[in-house]
Write a protein that binds this ligand. Structure first.
Ligand SMILES: *[C@@H]1O[C@H](CO)[C@@H](O)[C@H](O)[C@H]1NC(C)=O
Ligand SMILES: *[C@@H]1O[C@H](CO)[C@@H](O)[C@H](O)[C@H]1NC(C)=O
Ligand SMILES: *[C@@H]1O[C@H](CO)[C@@H](O)[C@H](O)[C@H]1NC(C)=O
Length: 507
């Protein structure tokens, strides 16, 4: 009773039904903590509030075309597929040239630098991307890539790679810089390092500020993602983003200490981040997205995970949208299943292995396009044939999933998790990056070696004050003009065609 009341009080854009009866009576054979309605209800209310007010109550403006002039730096130790641990400090000039510094490390807290790259070139911002709404395409050209090793171990390691794959005769020495790329002769020795600047093909600049407080403004630069298969990096066309870089100029509140440290790094003097202990992975509780997330293949979504106290059952709510600020819902999925926590990863320092299984799935179409797509699929492939109605949830477990959405049940995935605390002491949960080729990590060797954007634990009082912020893409709309209307239509058609191929990306 209390549960229902809570849900009706929150003006969530669509109803999420927590069916206590069916969860408790499912084949999971466990006492669902949903039975403890009071605390779950309170947490859910909190999580819904956080999802509704993404970006912590700050207003977000997206500038089209983006102005990338200035210095942009990592706000944490980043993990790239491989894994690679790095921080970035990129500087873009008015005259379209750029100096990008990439600092690589031995450890997952970026305390021990191994080598650094200085990349110089030009970048030209082009038109709005119609594949990734809200993104802008750009072209780049490299002029120079310099390598500088900080330790003799790193120098030995890279020497071996460069000798094997690039015919480099002399050994690389530490504390000396080497040209890996020569624009004039076309010599390219960046391959053995898995180096690529394809990230510059997709850009997005977000300005975050609190209402009436211009001093709190921060600017973020999102650059294109990297292919999870390192050998495909050089030819990959980004279809989502890496973690945002922060503008140094606009970091007025100095809350980002790591940004300050990274911004002072140079090729010869790489930044070392303060050492910290790994935060033990304890997933129990509720976790929600901190921003409108982009998945490869034009999907925008927010996620809400519940890991039950029994330590082996979980639920996930996936709210999908057609727009980059997550305001226009298309459909939602509610997955239920079990999981087991494994060993610390031997491959990815700081990561912990998990195995997830989805046994039950409910789907709610939330726009007309998705509703008709679901109805077009005939037979027993997705719920009751032809019965889908806008805003009405159906359990697709009896049809072993939903062919239209590419969902097959039961479904098992091999996962990688890590945990961290943010600058405000809140716990953050990261789970594995999905393979870029759209496959599912359904075998242990496909387990991720990098992570998706973090989820934050939702608990009462976590939602950053009383600001009822409004996420806006007004600049995007103004800039879009009529070409925007046209690409919207194309976007929609494209979405319909490609959906069955890309949807099942649980987690
Ligand atoms: C872009 O940003 C830079 C630095 O913030 C500023 O100096 C410049 O005037 C801006 N350019 C445009 C065209 O707005
Ligand atoms: C572009 O501007 C930067 C900084 O003002 C300067 O160092 C560089 O030489 C300029 N490059 C060109 C090609 O004009
Ligand atoms: C997709 O990527 C996974 C993980 O990298 C790999 O194991 C699989 O073979 C790839 N599938 C295709 C069809 O390329």
């Amino acid at each position: 009773m209390e549960l229902l009341l809570l849900f009706s009080v929150i003006s969530f854009p669509f109803a999420v039904r927590l069916n206590v009866g069916s969860a408790a009576g499912s084949s999971l054979n466990s006492v669902s903590p949903l039975a403890s309605g009071k605390s779950i209800g309170r947490h859910s209310a909190e999580c819904h509030h956080m999802l509704k007010h993404l970006y912590n109550g700050a207003q977000v403006a997206v500038h089209m075309p983006p102005n990338i002039t200035g210095q942009w730096v990592s706000s944490s130790c980043e993990v790239r597929p491989g894994p690679e641990f790095l921080t970035r400090s990129y500087r873009f000039y008015h005259n379209h040239t750029f100096n990008a510094l990439q600092f690589y490390y031995r450890d997952n807290h970026c305390t021990e630098p191994t080598y650094s790259l200085l990349i110089q070139g030009t970048v030209h911002v082009q038109q709005a991307s119609w594949v990734i709404r809200g993104g802008t395409e750009a072209d780049y050209q490299l002029h120079r890539v310099l390598l500088f090793c900080h330790t003799s171990e790193a120098a030995r390691d890279l020497s071996a790679k460069l000798r094997r794959d690039c015919g480099l005769e002399e050994a690389v020495k530490p504390k000396e810089s080497y040209e890996l790329w020569d624009h004039a002769t076309g010599r390219d020795c960046t391959g053995p390092l898995g180096f690529s600047m394809q990230e510059l093909l997709l850009l997005r600049v977000e300005r975050h500020y609190r209402h009436g407080d211009p001093d709190s403004q921060t600017k973020e630069l999102l650059l294109g993602d990297l292919h999870t298969d390192v050998s495909r990096r050089k030819v990959h066309k980004p279809s989502s983003y890496q973690p945002p870089l922060q503008s140094i100029k606009h970091d007025h509140d100095h809350s980002c200490i790591i940004c300050q440290i990274v911004s002072r790094g140079s090729l010869q003097q790489p930044p070392s981040l303060p050492p910290q202990a790994n935060v033990p992975v304890r997933v129990q509780g509720h976790w929600v997205s901190q921003r409108c997330e982009v998945r490869p293949g034009i999907l925008f979504l927010t996620r809400h995970f519940v890991f039950n106290r029994d330590g082996h059952t979980w639920e996930g709510y996936y709210h999908h949208y057609s727009d980059p600020v997550c305001r226009l819902p298309t459909f939602s999925m509610h997955a239920i299943g079990h999981y087991s926590q494994g060993q610390p990863s031997a491959k990815v320092m700081g990561g912990t292995e998990f195995v997830f299984t989805v046994t039950q799935m409910k789907v709610t179409p939330l726009d007309l396009a998705t509703t008709s797509l679901l109805n077009i699929f005939s037979g027993d492939e997705c719920g009751t044939e032809g019965s889908w109605r806008l805003g009405v949830q159906q359990d697709v477990t009896p049809t072993a999933g939903c062919a239209a959405l590419g969902i097959r049940l039961p479904h098992t995935e091999h996962e990688l998790f890590r945990m961290e605390r943010d600058a405000y002491g809140r716990r953050l949960l990261y789970n594995g990056q999905r393979p870029t080729n759209g496959s599912s990590p359904d075998q242990p060797h496909k387990r991720a070696s990098s992570y998706q954007p973090s989820l934050v634990q939702c608990s009462p009082g976590n939602h950053g004050g009383t600001n009822t912020g409004r996420e806006g893409d007004q600049h995007f709309r103004l800039g879009g003009g009529c070409r925007g209307c046209h690409s919207d239509r194309r976007f929609h058609l494209f979405a319909l065609l490609i959906w069955p191929l890309v949807i099942l990306q649980i987690m």
